[in-house]
Design a protein around this ligand. Structure first.
Ligand SMILES: [Zn+2]
Length: 77
């Protein structure tokens, strides 16, 4: 079970949330296709922490961004 820290409601069970995906930095629209390819298909998976979006569906109905350690699944912010 994963406890997710909602900024409005505190820690809640993961079943109350929808996962919104990784918070990645997209290139500008006029960047080359190779830049877009690198961001969309060749991301570095070696990082220990990632930023991701979560939606508190069964609570305050807010989207928020967190930093999570991929090895321990602990939320760092
Ligand atoms: Zn909430």
């Amino acid at each position: 079970m994963l406890l997710i820290p909602c900024p409005n409601c505190g820690e809640r069970d993961e079943i109350e949330f929808d996962y919104g995906g990784r918070a990645i930095q997209y290139p500008a629209l006029n960047n080359s296709m190779s830049d877009w390819h690198m961001v969309l298909h060749q991301r570095d998976n070696s990082t220990e922490t990632i930023e991701e979006f979560w939606y508190h569906q069964s609570g305050c109905e807010c989207w928020f961004k967190v930093t999570r350690n991929l090895n321990t699944h602990e939320f760092e912010s």
